[in-house]
Structures are given as structure tokens and as C-alpha cells.
Design a protein around this ligand. Structure first.
Ligand code: FE2
Ligand code: FE2
Length: 172
């Protein structure tokens, strides 16, 4: 992060990277003791992360495609696969295995977004005069309601498939 902090960050990077930090903090407080998960905090984390993914999927990636001459950014397909895996991992009861997988994917994923030449910096450059309106739209993104946990075989199989599609391997 040291190198990143020395670069001047654009408004899109600042806003979404700050949301990553806030979500990391919520996750940390929810599962500080995995044997006694704070489910209210975990629900806030789930709702916040799903809202964050919605901002990227519904607002930022479509805008980036528009700014990029109508073609998706090269990183977009991988980010969307990660989002699918992350959203699936939020469905079951959080176990140590689920949380470890979630943290592993989020660490790689956030780096693709926040890192040097990542999604956010690319968007700050491409957005030009549209930067402020886009940040305003991100800020106005709707809240998300979370569903109760589901641990059926179908859900667990869906989680595994989504994780593998994104290039990871989930150990049950
Ligand atoms: Fe993302
Ligand atoms: Fe993100």
C-alpha cells in the first residue's frame, strides 16, 4: 500500500477503496471469533459488500465500457467472475472455510481494482469530466437487503462452481 499512498488518487479510487477498507473492518469485527460470529455485523458486511458489487456491476463497469469505446475493459470479465463467486460465498452460514475463501478472493480482487493500473485508476483516467457525476451515482446506489443464510446442498454446490469458475478452488 505504501507505493499507492504516495500516488495521488482520483475521486473514484478514493471512494471505492475507502469502501473496501470499511467492509474489511466490518468483516473483521463480525468474525473476530469464528466460533461466535456477530451475525448482525456479518449481515451489515454482506449488505455492504453486495451494494458495493452492485455499484461496480451496474454503474462503474458499464460506464467504463462506454468510456473505452464500447469495449469492455480487459479486466472486466475476471472481475465479474470474482463478483459472482463473492456473492455466492455470502449465501451460506459463515464457517472458517467460507471466511478463509472469501478473504483470499477479496485480497486478490481488491488488488485488481485498487492496484497500479487497476480498475479504479483506469476509471479515474477514462472518466475525465464525468468523474464527479459517476461518484455521485455511486454514492446514491441503493441499499441491499440480505437473505437468511442458506446451507442446502444446491447452494453449497453453486458456491463451489462459482468459485471454480473464477479460478479458485474451494475446500469444503
Ligand atoms: Fe469488485
Ligand atoms: Fe471493489
Amino acid at each position: 500500500m505504501g507505493e499507492q499512498e504516495q500516488r495521488s488518487q482520483g475521486p473514484i479510487t478514493r471512494f471505492l477503496a475507502e469502501d473496501h477498507r470499511r467492509l474489511d473492518g466490518l468483516l473483521q469485527s463480525a468474525v473476530a471469533d469464528i466460533d461466535q460470529v456477530d451475525h448482525a455485523a456479518y449481515d451489515r458486511f454482506r449488505a455492504g459488500l453486495l451494494r458495493h458489487i452492485g455499484m461496480e456491476e451496474k454503474i462503474l463497469l458499464p460506464a467504463a465500457q462506454r468510456w473505452h469505446g464500447g469495449k469492455p475493459l480487459p479486466v472486466a470479465a475476471k472481475l465479474r467472475l470474482d463478483h459472482g463467486a463473492i456473492a455466492c460465498l455470502l449465501m451460506p452460514t459463515p464457517t472458517a472455510a467460507i471466511i478463509a475463501m472469501l478473504r483470499g478472493i477479496l485480497a486478490d480482487h481488491n488488488e485488481l481494482e485498487e492496484g497500479l493500473d487497476g480498475l479504479y485508476e483506469t476509471c479515474d483516467v477514462l472518466a475525465a469530466a464525468e468523474t464527479e457525476p459517476i461518484v455521485a451515482r455511486l454514492e446514491a446506489a441503493p441499499e441491499v437487503q440480505v437473505m437468511p443464510y442458506s446451507d442446502t446442498t444446491t447452494v453449497i454446490n453453486t458456491v463451489c462452481r462459482a468459485v471454480e469458475r473464477a479460478g479458485y478452488h474451494f475446500k469444503k
